[in-house]
Design a protein around this ligand. Sequence first.
Ligand code: 4AD
Ligand code: MG
Length: 454
Amino acid sequence: MSAESPTVRGLGEAEDIRSVPATITIGEAGGHPGKTVRIQGWLYNLRKSGKIVFPIVRDGTGLMQCVAVKSNLPEPVFDSLKSLTQESSLVVTGAIRAEPRAPGGYELDVSDVQIIQRVSEDHPYPITPKEHGVEFLMDHRHLWLRSRRQHAAIRVRHEVIKSIRDYFDSHGFTLVDTPIFTPAACEGTTTLFEIDYFGDKKVYLTQSGQLYNEANAMAFGKVYCFGPTFRAERSKTRRHLTEFWMVEPEMAFADLEEVKRVAEELIVYIVGRVLEQRSEELKTLERDVSKLEAVRAPFPRMSYDDAVKILQSKGSEIQWGGDFGNADETLLTEDFDRPVMVDRYPASIKAFYFQLDEQRPELALGVDIIAPEGYGEIVGGGQRIHDLAMLEKRLTEHNLPREAFEWYLDVRRFGTVPHGGFGMGVERFVAWMCGLEHVRETIPYPRMLYRTRP
Ligand code: 4AD
Ligand code: MG
């Protein structure tokens, strides 16, 4: 909304235009102490105390406690404000005053109020300060995003995404987008969403942009893709979504060690940015930031062999050759204050594309990075097969349709080089930053086994 609001337009020619209050966001209040301004937002809460009402207004950038004194306002304005319903939209004019005890450090002494829409008492805003069940809140996700904790988590998500982009953009990577409709499986055929693509050829929603990234790395050297990925996983855990966002860098002439180095540097960078830029949100989320401050390089590194031994010594049932469950991942990281890197997994439990260890060909040159505090695997990646014959063999062993991978084999036919990269899931990363129990609160509209709405 511009300064040309109905109240402004009513002014006569004699009025000096400079006296029209500036419209600011609540986040900008600190730059206007003592000034009369207009803020535009929604009624978050309302406290009454005799002849004063204290509306708390939110506008997406913060909360502003307003102080409306009956004697300072026209009676109809005060009366409509006094009975205003939660989430009604309004424009408040008033003077900014520093108040250390107020939520954002400022209060607004109200001189005028314009109500844009009054939410009806007959159909009140469904999310009230009382406790609601999570299913109810998820059904109202489109409104729940207005609540403080949800709002804070999405702001942290924004910072995570922005810092990921800043990291790659300033380290020589080119953004190369990969398709969402794909003809081939990257991460196993059991988690593919099949799409009816004009009733013709089989097409799936992408599980990962990696295969395309490998081709792109041969064109650009270092690339990344960043977009939604899909897994038809029937897992109903606090770490699984069917649609999640993944950033995937891929580098030509890179080995497993280089992949680990870049992933570590990226993670340290993002954590630093979140601490720096989102301290208010972390406070709202009651996150213990000392846990994040501890995230520094170098991360502990161990082989799968050693990880299995450690887990067994801690009472896990795991045997060599098995994949880690959520409980194993939590157990493995409990003695560390930062993410743990586990590499060289049995090839039999990893995807077809991993380069195999020369000394021990039963091992894949892959690495998983497991976040502390029980947040689980946040990064998976490694070195790719660069030899044509070896890749053909692995495709056959995995029963993958050769025809759909012909273009991928070309990467090994025309100037093949060792290369590698990784994928990092945004939602698990954000859950870790925010200290959230479940990934469903880290994405605006989560898609899970039993949820595709709103
Ligand atoms: O380990 P994943 O399956 O690896 C790949 O997709 C590789 N192709 C990536 C690459 O090397 N370019 O997935 C990578 C990460 C996981 O570590 C996790 O953070 C996240 O993606 N992830 C999920 N996040 C939410 N819900 C799910 N169902 C996820 N599956 C994987
Ligand atoms: Mg993985």
